[in-house]
Design a protein. Structure first.
Length: 188
């Protein structure tokens, strides 16, 4: 990656059950590009990741509780997957509003694997080119997205990928979109 995002602060929205690689690899990519990653969560103290949805992973300290997080404090949003994490987040109305606020502000958003479930509930996928974990295909299509089975798709500041196997491409495009800044066509 040659993009520089120095001075940019990126929110990572996650809770227990997040897929560890989908949190840690994009987190490191933001740091490597000069940005500041911040873990935002409905939990106040720490979250516990999973590895392949089966094995407990590491715990990570929460930087900012979701209840006090504001989209205007960040330059972009990353939504890691993990089935339990994504299923919990999609029914959290504060998480829905937080994610939607990034689209309303035209800021870049990146979602991988099961994370697009939250974007469906936030009402921001209609008319978008997207990918996701294959089991979300019908959900995304029913919500009006144009789903494709591709390693990474970018649609006006929204970066999506299918699974941990796509993380290299996901991180590269995520950083590129963050470096570009606001996307006027990135709307809710």
């Amino acid at each position: 990656m040659t993009e520089n995002i120095s001075g940019k602060t990126i929110a990572f929205l996650a809770t227990d059950g997040v897929e560890q690689a989908e949190l840690t690899q994009p987190w490191q990519a933001v740091k490597d590009a000069g940005g500041t990653p911040v873990l935002v969560s409905p939990k106040d103290d720490k979250i516990t990741a999973m590895q392949s949805d089966w094995d407990h992973g590491d715990s990570f300290p929460v930087d900012v509780p979701l209840s006090s997080a504001k989209a205007e404090d960040y330059d972009g949003l990353v939504l890691p997957g993990g089935t339990v994490n994504a299923d919990t987040m999609r029914i959290n109305t504060e998480a829905q509003a937080f994610a939607r606020a990034f689209f309303e502000a035209h800021k870049p958003v990146a979602a991988i694997c099961h994370a697009p479930w939250l974007l469906i509930e936030a009402g921001v996928v209609e008319g978008r080119e997207m990918t996701s974990y294959t089991s979300l295909r019908t959900d995304l299509v029913n919500a009006g997205a144009r789903w494709q089975d591709a390693e990474v798709i970018v649609d006006n500041g929204l970066t999506t990928s299918r699974n941990p196997g796509d993380l290299d491409a996901f991180c590269a495009k995520m950083i590129e979109e963050i470096a570009e800044g606001k996307h006027e066509n990135q709307t809710a």
